[in-house]
Each structure stands twice: as C-alpha cells, then as structure tokens.
Design a binder for this molecule. Structure first.
Ligand SMILES: Nc1ncnc2c1ncn2[C@@H]1O[C@H](COP(=O)(O)OP(=O)(O)OP(=O)(O)O)[C@@H](O)[C@H]1O
Ligand SMILES: [Mg+2]
Length: 250
C-alpha cells in the first residue's frame, strides 16, 4: 500500500505540490489525473524517494520514505515518465544490473530476468544493445525492470505513451494481474480511456491540490451525473478547456 499525508513540495515560493493526501490500498489501481504542470510527476518522484518533500509523510508498504528509505524503495517498483537506460547495455545486462541494485543475489536472477523479458515480449532481444531498441521496446524494458524484484506497490508515470495497441494491452493485462495479486498501483495518465477502464478510484490534482476523488461514477456525479464521457468530467472539474476561443482565433 501507499499512504501519503499532507505532502508539500516548494520550488522557491511556488508550491508544485500543496498538501496532497492519498491512499492506495493493496490490490487497488488508483489513477492520478490532472492537467500539465498540476504536480503529478513531482508527487510520484517524492513517493519513489527521488525528490525530498518540503513537508508531509509518505509510507510505502508501511515503510516511511524519509526514515526508512531502503525498505521503502526495495518494496516499490517505479516507472518514470522519461526513463534513463544505459544504451550500451544489452537488455539482459540492464535487468541484471537492476537486480543488483535491488540486492537480488546470483541464484535465480538469470531465470527471473528471462521470465520478465519473456513476459514483456523482449525474449529475443536479451543480448541486443538497448540503443537499437524502439521507444516502445525501451518502455517495456523499463517496466520489466520495475517488476523484477516483485514489488508490493507500483508507481507509474504515464505508462501508455507511445505504446502500440498490442503493447498497451499487454501493460494493462500485467497491471490487472498484479493488482489481483494484491499489488497497489498508482498510475498517472492523460489517457482517460485507460483511467476509465482500469482504475478502481481516481484522484484529480490541479495546481498542487487534490480537487476530486472517487470512482468514475462518483466523479461523474460531481460533474453533473449522467453517463458523461470522462473527458467532459475532467474538463469540468479542472476548469474548462478554453476551446471556445479556438473559433475566434482561427
Ligand atoms: N525542478 C523544478 N524547479 C522548479 N519548478 C519545477 C521543478 N520541477 C517541476 N516544477 C514545476 O512544478 C509544477 C508541477 O510539475 P509536474 O512535473 O509535477 O507536473 P505534471 O502534473 O507531472 O505535468 P505533466 O502532465 O505535464 O507531466 C510545474 O509547474 C513545474 O514547472
Ligand atoms: Mg508529469
């Protein structure tokens, strides 16, 4: 599980994250939605222990990220929006390097690496350099690294960007399976269809604050009910689209 309480991140006087509280239970897929610049990536990077909060508390699977970062990090899989992969490693080397970072020992690592490459349809590419990989292949490799150490919680920033339909389906299936096994998943996305299809609950963030939270139906209720498309709900809750002006400008 993931529990964050009154999380704040200031850059100078600007509050990128301004008192966010959020819980993701074991087995829950929680969507994190909000316009560009709302504070999603900043929040997720703090949960992953990559960015120090100005204030607030974060528990990852019961471990406090501030006081017990090792335990928190080793029970979490983080998939960043713009991952860095050493291009001169092969896929297999990258995963073994990652396994080492997580303290996985020699026995069984090779098997686990091949299992993950197989799951993410990269089995044929184990001995190929990452620099030859397409965008979608790199993304699947990063995902396989995040799942390698069997984390109890997953934080993922924009998982579907640039994936082909087959890759997107695969990722959805993997996330669903992980949640059925009790993994807590917090996922930022701009793909509202994905949020609607996959998430048990959704939190919407705007200017660093959570402005709405609930199931898709509950959010629809907040935006006036009916079977409104989630895009309309999102635009209504986050203050409109400015689309009226397009006609005038064009
Ligand atoms: N290192 C930094 N220094 C100053 N401001 C920053 C820094 N990092 C992020 N910000 C600001 O914090 C705000 C939140 O950024 P963040 O990346 O968390 O947004 P986001 O919700 O992930 O947006 P997107 O949907 O575009 O990915 C933005 O206004 C951004 O400019
Ligand atoms: Mg972001």
């Amino acid at each position: 599980m993931i529990a964050i309480h009154d999380l704040v991140k200031h850059y100078g006087t600007f509050a990128a994250v301004d008192g966010v509280s959020l819980d993701v239970a074991s087995g829950e897929i929680h969507g994190f939605l909000g316009p560009n610049g709302a504070g999603k990536t900043t929040t997720l990077r703090m949960i992953a222990g990559l960015l120090k909060p100005t204030a607030g508390r974060i528990l990852v699977n019961g471990h406090d990220v501030a006081t017990d970062p090792e335990a928190a990090k080793s029970s979490l899989g983080f998939i960043p929006d713009r991952p860095f992969i050493y291009e001169k490693l092969t896929a297999g080397e990258f995963l073994r390097f990652h396994a080492g970072l997580y303290g996985m020992d020699g026995n069984g690592v090779g098997g686990r690496v091949r299992e993950m490459l197989g799951l993410f349809e990269l089995g044929k590419w184990e001995h190929e350099l990452v620099e030859s990989f397409s965008h979608g292949m790199k993304q699947r490799l990063v995902m396989s690294a995040a799942f390698l150490h069997r984390p109890q919680s997953i934080v993922v920033d924009e998982p579907m960007v640039g994936l082909d339909p087959r890759g997107a389906r695969l990722i959805k299936d993997v996330f669903r399976k992980m949640s059925q096994r009790g993994v807590a998943i917090l996922m930022s996305t701009h793909t509202l269809e994905v949020a609607q299809e996959m998430c048990d609950r959704i939190s919407i963030i705007l200017k660093g604050k959570i402005i709405a939270r609930g199931t898709v139906d509950e959010l629809r209720g907040l935006a006036g009910g009916g079977d409104t498309h989630l895009t309309e709900v999102f635009l209504k809750l986050t203050g409109g689209s400015g689309l009226q002006e397009i006609d005038e400008v064009l």
